[in-house]
Ligand binder design. Structure first.
Ligand SMILES: *[C@@H]1O[C@H](CO)[C@@H](O)[C@H](O)[C@H]1NC(C)=O
Ligand SMILES: *[C@@H]1O[C@H](CO)[C@@H](O)[C@H](O)[C@H]1NC(C)=O
Ligand SMILES: *[C@@H]1O[C@H](CO)[C@@H](O)[C@H](O)[C@H]1NC(C)=O
Length: 349
């Protein structure tokens, strides 16, 4: 969509060229479209072009071939990668000495400086809607949700400058509906699964995201394939340089924290499960869904994730990546947690 100012410039230009009657103005907008359609029909490779003599005119040929080239360049535009962030707790944005802190900062810079996304769509562990229905935030302005208990009072004053996008939200609803996924929009603030980690990755002062952010829920179930399919349903957004991020943890056992408090040595399942997940995520995309689903059936899976909410977002990120390979950017196995960070797909050259 042109901005109001651009729209005005084009309108004046149109009026100057074609006069200002509504009919002439609409001709101004439709003529270029007709030219483009003709160029496609008569492109040198089309059978029509070979049978129509005047198209053999070199001038036209060159014109249409440069247009064709332009279309190819556009269609080969790299798709935005997708990510999985291990986001930690509400303390992650305050603990600058934790090893994940500089890692999230550098992934955030990679996204804002190399990808420069048009928008971000985020799926957090902390929003599980219904077993068979997805919810998403379709409001432009929302608050934060302090969905944690027993932390110091200042944690409940955390801020994050988020702007939603009703347009993008409604497109996501369309995509989900086309994929046969029941979904509805609502006004819902960002939870700490998003804002705590994003305050590190996309610090509003040092590395602002500067694009709309739409949060979409998970299913309220533990089905890895349903979440993979959820990611696949929104995969086409990547063609428009929209970055899809799942946020959770690769190992997340809060119950066992009481045994490991103050001791960073990982419990055995933190190592074995995090490693098994890495192998599955990095497997060939043609077998990835199957391998990743099998990880949830491992004997250590229930220890690593007494609830699977923190694991499901990695299936969304992998599904959204479709044929792109996954790569572990970093991990840290600490007590009853693991903090692996993943990217699926390549950065623009
Ligand atoms: C192609 O079209 C241009 C302008 O319309 C004309 O000058 C030129 O002679 C034509 N060339 C051929 C090969 O028909
Ligand atoms: C068309 O392009 C070729 C090179 O790609 C050039 O040699 C030729 O002069 C061009 N013809 C016209 C009519 O512009
Ligand atoms: C920050 O993280 C490190 C590493 O996990 C931990 O040792 C330290 O206690 C944490 N600091 C605070 C204030 O929580």
């Amino acid at each position: 969509m042109p901005t109001a100012r651009e729209g005005e410039v084009w309108r004046c230009y149109g009026a100057a060229m074609f006069g200002s009657s509504p009919l002439r103005q609409s001709a101004f907008y439709t003529l270029p479209l007709i030219v483009v359609i003709l160029a496609i029909i008569f492109s040198p490779s089309s059978p029509l072009a070979r049978s129509v003599p005047f198209v053999n005119n070199l001038t036209l040929k060159n014109f249409s071939s440069s247009l064709t080239k332009a279309f190819h360049t556009l269609s080969k535009m790299p798709k935005a990668p997708t990510y999985f962030f291990s986001h930690g707790g509400p303390d992650v944005q305050y603990n600058t000495t934790h090893p994940v802190y500089p890692v999230l900062q550098s992934i955030g810079k990679e996204i804002t400086q190399k990808i420069k996304p048009k928008a971000v769509v985020v799926f957090s562990a902390h929003w599980q809607a219904e077993p068979n229905e997805i919810h998403l935030n379709n409001a432009e302005k929302t608050d934060l949700i302090y969905d944690f208990y027993g932390f110091p009072p200042e944690y409940y004053k955390a801020t994050y400058p988020n702007t939603g996008s009703p347009e993008l939200a409604s497109r996501i609803l369309d995509l989900l509906s086309k994929a046969g996924i029941k979904a509805r929009g609502m006004k819902r603030g960002l939870d700490h699964g998003v804002f705590s980690g994003f305050n590190v990755a996309f610090n509003p002062e040092t590395n602002p995201l500067n694009c709309p952010l739409v949060q979409v829920s998970l299913f309220n179930n533990e089905d890895p394939n349903a979440h993979y399919k959820l990611g696949q349903a929104v995969s086409s957004l990547r063609d428009e340089n929209i970055v899809i991020i799942g946020t959770g943890m690769t190992v997340h056992n809060l119950r066992d924290m009481r045994f490991t408090w103050g001791d960073p040595r990982p419990l055995p399942y933190s190592v074995s499960f995090d490693n098994a997940l890495k192998e599955a995520v990095e497997s060939d995309p043609s077998v990835r869904q199957e391998k990743m689903a099998a990880v949830t059936k491992r004997p250590d899976a229930r220890q690593a994730h007494p609830w699977m909410d923190h694991l499901m977002p990695v299936y969304v990120a992998a599904g959204a990546a479709s044929e792109e390979k996954g790569k572990q950017l970093w991990t840290f196995q600490e007590g009853s947690f693991a903090w692996a960070q993943y990217r699926f797909g390549e950065l623009p050259a």
